[in-house]
Write a new protein. Structure first.
Length: 315
Protein backbone atom coordinates (compact mmCIF):
# COMPACT_ATOMS: atom_id res chain seq x y z
CA UNK A 1 0.00 0.00 0.00
CA UNK A 2 2.82 2.41 0.92
CA UNK A 3 4.74 1.45 -2.21
CA UNK A 4 1.73 2.11 -4.41
CA UNK A 5 1.25 5.53 -2.77
CA UNK A 6 4.84 6.46 -3.52
CA UNK A 7 4.48 5.32 -7.13
CA UNK A 8 1.28 7.36 -7.48
CA UNK A 9 3.04 10.50 -6.26
CA UNK A 10 5.93 9.82 -8.64
CA UNK A 11 3.51 9.56 -11.56
CA UNK A 12 2.17 13.00 -10.60
CA UNK A 13 5.69 14.43 -10.77
CA UNK A 14 6.18 14.87 -7.01
CA UNK A 15 9.84 15.10 -6.04
CA UNK A 16 10.75 12.92 -3.06
CA UNK A 17 13.57 13.55 -0.62
CA UNK A 18 15.79 10.71 -1.84
CA UNK A 19 15.62 11.84 -5.45
CA UNK A 20 16.03 15.46 -4.42
CA UNK A 21 19.23 14.56 -2.58
CA UNK A 22 20.68 12.23 -5.23
CA UNK A 23 19.67 13.91 -8.49
CA UNK A 24 19.72 17.59 -7.57
CA UNK A 25 21.52 18.48 -4.34
CA UNK A 26 24.46 16.09 -4.59
CA UNK A 27 24.70 16.49 -8.36
CA UNK A 28 24.37 20.26 -8.70
CA UNK A 29 25.49 21.68 -5.33
CA UNK A 30 29.24 21.40 -4.86
CA UNK A 31 29.91 20.86 -1.16
CA UNK A 32 32.78 23.35 -1.10
CA UNK A 33 30.22 26.08 -1.91
CA UNK A 34 27.93 25.32 1.05
CA UNK A 35 29.57 27.91 3.35
CA UNK A 36 28.25 30.61 1.00
CA UNK A 37 24.71 29.77 2.11
CA UNK A 38 25.15 28.01 5.47
CA UNK A 39 26.88 31.09 6.92
CA UNK A 40 24.39 33.99 6.84
CA UNK A 41 27.17 36.50 7.44
CA UNK A 42 29.03 35.30 4.32
CA UNK A 43 25.79 35.19 2.30
CA UNK A 44 25.10 38.79 3.25
CA UNK A 45 28.61 39.88 2.24
CA UNK A 46 28.27 38.21 -1.18
CA UNK A 47 24.85 39.76 -1.72
CA UNK A 48 26.03 43.26 -0.84
CA UNK A 49 29.03 42.91 -3.17
CA UNK A 50 26.58 42.00 -5.95
CA UNK A 51 24.38 45.01 -5.18
CA UNK A 52 21.50 42.91 -3.89
CA UNK A 53 19.37 44.51 -1.14
CA UNK A 54 19.55 42.77 2.26
CA UNK A 55 18.55 43.73 5.84
CA UNK A 56 21.14 46.16 7.18
CA UNK A 57 23.77 44.60 9.44
CA UNK A 58 24.21 46.58 12.67
CA UNK A 59 26.89 44.49 14.37
CA UNK A 60 28.66 41.13 14.43
CA UNK A 61 29.62 39.50 17.74
CA UNK A 62 32.39 36.96 17.18
CA UNK A 63 34.09 36.39 20.53
CA UNK A 64 32.88 36.23 24.12
CA UNK A 65 34.63 39.44 25.08
CA UNK A 66 32.45 41.38 22.63
CA UNK A 67 29.21 40.27 24.29
CA UNK A 68 29.59 43.01 26.89
CA UNK A 69 29.68 45.59 24.07
CA UNK A 70 26.30 44.48 22.73
CA UNK A 71 24.36 47.17 24.58
CA UNK A 72 26.48 49.85 22.93
CA UNK A 73 25.91 48.31 19.48
CA UNK A 74 22.12 48.50 19.82
CA UNK A 75 21.94 51.77 21.76
CA UNK A 76 20.48 53.71 18.82
CA UNK A 77 17.95 51.06 17.77
CA UNK A 78 14.56 50.51 19.36
CA UNK A 79 14.08 47.26 17.46
CA UNK A 80 16.43 44.74 15.85
CA UNK A 81 17.01 41.03 15.24
CA UNK A 82 19.57 38.77 16.90
CA UNK A 83 20.42 35.61 14.97
CA UNK A 84 23.12 32.94 14.71
CA UNK A 85 25.10 33.18 11.49
CA UNK A 86 25.03 29.42 11.00
CA UNK A 87 21.67 28.60 12.53
CA UNK A 88 19.00 26.49 10.85
CA UNK A 89 15.22 26.28 10.99
CA UNK A 90 14.82 29.64 12.72
CA UNK A 91 16.39 28.37 15.95
CA UNK A 92 18.19 30.99 18.02
CA UNK A 93 16.57 33.98 16.33
CA UNK A 94 15.30 36.64 18.74
CA UNK A 95 13.25 39.54 17.41
CA UNK A 96 13.30 42.68 19.56
CA UNK A 97 10.28 44.86 18.77
CA UNK A 98 10.77 47.64 21.32
CA UNK A 99 12.08 48.72 24.71
CA UNK A 100 10.77 49.47 28.17
CA UNK A 101 13.37 51.38 30.15
CA UNK A 102 16.37 49.02 30.38
CA UNK A 103 14.53 45.95 29.13
CA UNK A 104 13.88 44.69 25.63
CA UNK A 105 10.49 43.55 24.34
CA UNK A 106 10.48 40.43 22.17
CA UNK A 107 8.01 40.11 19.29
CA UNK A 108 5.76 37.90 21.44
CA UNK A 109 5.56 40.61 24.12
CA UNK A 110 7.92 39.00 26.65
CA UNK A 111 10.41 41.40 28.25
CA UNK A 112 14.06 40.43 28.74
CA UNK A 113 16.84 42.35 30.42
CA UNK A 114 20.36 43.04 29.29
CA UNK A 115 21.84 40.00 31.05
CA UNK A 116 19.32 37.66 29.41
CA UNK A 117 20.12 39.07 25.99
CA UNK A 118 23.85 38.71 26.60
CA UNK A 119 23.33 35.15 27.79
CA UNK A 120 21.49 34.32 24.57
CA UNK A 121 24.31 35.79 22.48
CA UNK A 122 26.82 33.71 24.48
CA UNK A 123 24.79 30.61 23.64
CA UNK A 124 24.93 31.54 19.95
CA UNK A 125 28.72 31.90 20.11
CA UNK A 126 29.04 28.51 21.79
CA UNK A 127 27.32 26.86 18.81
CA UNK A 128 24.07 25.97 20.53
CA UNK A 129 22.07 26.78 17.37
CA UNK A 130 24.63 26.19 14.62
CA UNK A 131 24.78 23.32 12.16
CA UNK A 132 26.90 20.62 13.79
CA UNK A 133 27.23 22.59 17.03
CA UNK A 134 30.31 24.47 15.83
CA UNK A 135 31.27 27.87 17.34
CA UNK A 136 29.29 30.63 15.67
CA UNK A 137 28.85 34.37 15.21
CA UNK A 138 25.87 36.42 16.39
CA UNK A 139 24.45 38.89 13.90
CA UNK A 140 22.52 42.01 14.90
CA UNK A 141 20.50 43.38 12.01
CA UNK A 142 17.61 45.51 10.86
CA UNK A 143 14.16 44.27 11.85
CA UNK A 144 12.01 43.98 8.75
CA UNK A 145 8.66 45.82 8.81
CA UNK A 146 6.57 43.55 6.67
CA UNK A 147 4.47 44.82 3.79
CA UNK A 148 0.84 45.39 4.87
CA UNK A 149 -0.39 43.20 2.00
CA UNK A 150 0.18 40.23 4.34
CA UNK A 151 -1.27 41.80 7.48
CA UNK A 152 -4.62 39.99 7.29
CA UNK A 153 -3.05 36.56 6.79
CA UNK A 154 -0.14 36.61 9.22
CA UNK A 155 0.27 36.34 12.99
CA UNK A 156 2.90 38.53 14.73
CA UNK A 157 5.98 37.68 12.68
CA UNK A 158 7.33 38.55 9.25
CA UNK A 159 6.17 36.42 6.28
CA UNK A 160 8.80 35.44 3.75
CA UNK A 161 8.76 34.26 0.15
CA UNK A 162 10.56 31.02 -0.74
CA UNK A 163 11.52 30.52 -4.39
CA UNK A 164 13.07 27.28 -5.63
CA UNK A 165 15.68 27.95 -8.32
CA UNK A 166 17.14 25.30 -10.63
CA UNK A 167 20.01 26.14 -12.98
CA UNK A 168 19.22 29.82 -12.45
CA UNK A 169 15.51 29.52 -13.31
CA UNK A 170 12.76 30.03 -10.69
CA UNK A 171 10.56 26.92 -10.79
CA UNK A 172 8.20 27.12 -7.81
CA UNK A 173 7.35 29.53 -5.01
CA UNK A 174 5.34 30.04 -1.84
CA UNK A 175 4.88 32.60 0.90
CA UNK A 176 5.39 31.32 4.45
CA UNK A 177 2.96 32.89 6.90
CA UNK A 178 3.59 32.91 10.67
CA UNK A 179 0.92 31.55 13.02
CA UNK A 180 0.30 31.51 16.75
CA UNK A 181 1.56 27.91 16.78
CA UNK A 182 4.82 28.89 15.07
CA UNK A 183 5.31 31.68 17.63
CA UNK A 184 5.38 34.24 14.86
CA UNK A 185 8.14 32.50 12.89
CA UNK A 186 7.85 31.80 9.16
CA UNK A 187 8.95 28.19 9.54
CA UNK A 188 6.71 25.36 8.30
CA UNK A 189 8.20 22.83 10.72
CA UNK A 190 7.24 25.06 13.63
CA UNK A 191 3.63 25.47 12.44
CA UNK A 192 3.72 28.28 9.88
CA UNK A 193 1.55 28.15 6.74
CA UNK A 194 2.92 27.81 3.23
CA UNK A 195 0.72 29.38 0.53
CA UNK A 196 1.67 28.65 -3.06
CA UNK A 197 2.43 31.55 -5.40
CA UNK A 198 1.67 31.46 -9.10
CA UNK A 199 5.05 32.01 -10.77
CA UNK A 200 3.45 33.74 -13.77
CA UNK A 201 1.34 36.30 -11.90
CA UNK A 202 2.52 36.48 -8.28
CA UNK A 203 -0.95 35.61 -6.96
CA UNK A 204 -1.22 33.40 -3.87
CA UNK A 205 -2.88 30.01 -4.22
CA UNK A 206 -4.19 27.60 -1.58
CA UNK A 207 -2.01 26.82 1.43
CA UNK A 208 -0.52 23.90 3.35
CA UNK A 209 -0.50 23.60 7.15
CA UNK A 210 0.92 20.43 8.71
CA UNK A 211 0.73 18.75 5.28
CA UNK A 212 -2.98 19.58 4.98
CA UNK A 213 -4.52 21.88 2.37
CA UNK A 214 -6.29 24.90 3.88
CA UNK A 215 -7.88 28.03 2.44
CA UNK A 216 -7.96 30.31 5.54
CA UNK A 217 -5.36 31.43 8.04
CA UNK A 218 -6.12 29.56 11.31
CA UNK A 219 -5.59 32.63 13.50
CA UNK A 220 -7.13 35.41 11.41
CA UNK A 221 -9.76 33.43 9.52
CA UNK A 222 -8.97 35.33 6.32
CA UNK A 223 -8.58 33.78 2.86
CA UNK A 224 -4.97 33.18 1.91
CA UNK A 225 -5.51 32.80 -1.85
CA UNK A 226 -5.87 35.48 -4.51
CA UNK A 227 -3.47 38.02 -2.99
CA UNK A 228 -1.12 39.82 -5.37
CA UNK A 229 2.43 39.67 -4.02
CA UNK A 230 4.07 43.09 -4.62
CA UNK A 231 7.30 43.47 -6.60
CA UNK A 232 6.90 39.98 -8.03
CA UNK A 233 9.07 40.46 -11.11
CA UNK A 234 11.82 41.96 -8.96
CA UNK A 235 11.69 39.02 -6.58
CA UNK A 236 11.99 36.51 -9.40
CA UNK A 237 15.04 38.37 -10.70
CA UNK A 238 16.66 38.40 -7.26
CA UNK A 239 16.07 34.67 -6.85
CA UNK A 240 17.54 33.95 -10.29
CA UNK A 241 20.58 36.09 -9.48
CA UNK A 242 21.33 33.89 -6.46
CA UNK A 243 22.44 31.15 -8.85
CA UNK A 244 25.44 33.24 -9.89
CA UNK A 245 25.86 34.56 -6.35
CA UNK A 246 26.38 31.09 -4.86
CA UNK A 247 27.37 28.83 -7.75
CA UNK A 248 24.68 26.36 -6.63
CA UNK A 249 22.47 24.67 -9.20
CA UNK A 250 19.56 23.79 -6.91
CA UNK A 251 18.61 26.18 -4.12
CA UNK A 252 15.87 27.89 -2.19
CA UNK A 253 15.95 31.68 -1.90
CA UNK A 254 14.14 33.39 0.99
CA UNK A 255 13.01 36.98 0.45
CA UNK A 256 11.10 39.41 2.66
CA UNK A 257 9.00 42.39 1.67
CA UNK A 258 9.70 45.47 3.75
CA UNK A 259 7.00 48.15 3.68
CA UNK A 260 9.61 50.88 3.11
CA UNK A 261 12.60 49.15 1.52
CA UNK A 262 10.79 46.71 -0.80
CA UNK A 263 12.16 43.19 -1.42
CA UNK A 264 15.18 42.12 0.62
CA UNK A 265 17.12 38.88 0.28
CA UNK A 266 17.08 37.18 3.67
CA UNK A 267 18.96 33.92 3.17
CA UNK A 268 19.66 31.04 0.79
CA UNK A 269 19.17 27.32 1.41
CA UNK A 270 21.13 24.58 -0.35
CA UNK A 271 18.68 21.91 0.84
CA UNK A 272 15.20 23.46 0.43
CA UNK A 273 12.23 21.44 1.69
CA UNK A 274 9.56 19.79 -0.43
CA UNK A 275 6.28 20.92 1.15
CA UNK A 276 6.23 23.70 -1.42
CA UNK A 277 4.77 21.09 -3.80
CA UNK A 278 1.74 20.61 -1.55
CA UNK A 279 1.20 24.37 -1.30
CA UNK A 280 1.23 24.60 -5.10
CA UNK A 281 -0.65 21.34 -5.69
CA UNK A 282 1.99 20.52 -8.27
CA UNK A 283 5.09 18.35 -8.50
CA UNK A 284 8.54 19.76 -9.08
CA UNK A 285 9.80 17.04 -11.39
CA UNK A 286 8.07 18.18 -14.65
CA UNK A 287 9.34 21.72 -14.08
CA UNK A 288 12.87 20.56 -13.34
CA UNK A 289 12.84 18.35 -16.44
CA UNK A 290 11.71 21.28 -18.59
CA UNK A 291 14.50 23.47 -17.23
CA UNK A 292 16.99 20.71 -18.02
CA UNK A 293 15.90 20.81 -21.65
CA UNK A 294 16.13 24.60 -22.10
CA UNK A 295 18.53 26.21 -19.60
CA UNK A 296 21.51 26.30 -21.99
CA UNK A 297 19.57 28.64 -24.29
CA UNK A 298 18.80 31.05 -21.43
CA UNK A 299 22.09 32.71 -20.46
CA UNK A 300 20.83 35.86 -18.72
CA UNK A 301 18.44 36.66 -15.89
CA UNK A 302 15.80 38.35 -18.04
CA UNK A 303 15.52 35.29 -20.26
CA UNK A 304 15.39 32.93 -17.29
CA UNK A 305 12.66 34.81 -15.46
CA UNK A 306 10.63 35.22 -18.66
CA UNK A 307 10.88 31.46 -19.23
CA UNK A 308 9.69 30.79 -15.69
CA UNK A 309 6.66 33.07 -16.02
CA UNK A 310 5.73 31.58 -19.36
CA UNK A 311 5.97 27.92 -18.38
CA UNK A 312 5.33 27.66 -14.64
CA UNK A 313 2.10 29.56 -14.12
CA UNK A 314 -0.85 27.87 -12.41
CA UNK A 315 -3.64 30.04 -13.76
Amino acid sequence: MIGEGIRRLARKGVLGINRRNADYILTHNQRSLYPRVDDKWLTKQLAMQAGMPVPELYAVVEIQHQVRELTEHVRDYSDFVLKPACGAGGDGIVVISGRMRTRYRKANGILIDQSEMQHHVSNILSGMYSLGGHPDRALVEYRVKFNPVFERISYLGVPDVRIIVYRGIPVMSMVRLPTRLSDGKANLHKGAIGAGIDIATGHTLTAVWHNEIITEHPDTGNEVSGIQVPFWEEQLRMAAQCHELTGLGYLGVDLVLDKDKGPLMLEINARPGLNIQIANRAGLVPRLDLVEQHYKALPDIDQRTAFAREHFGSE
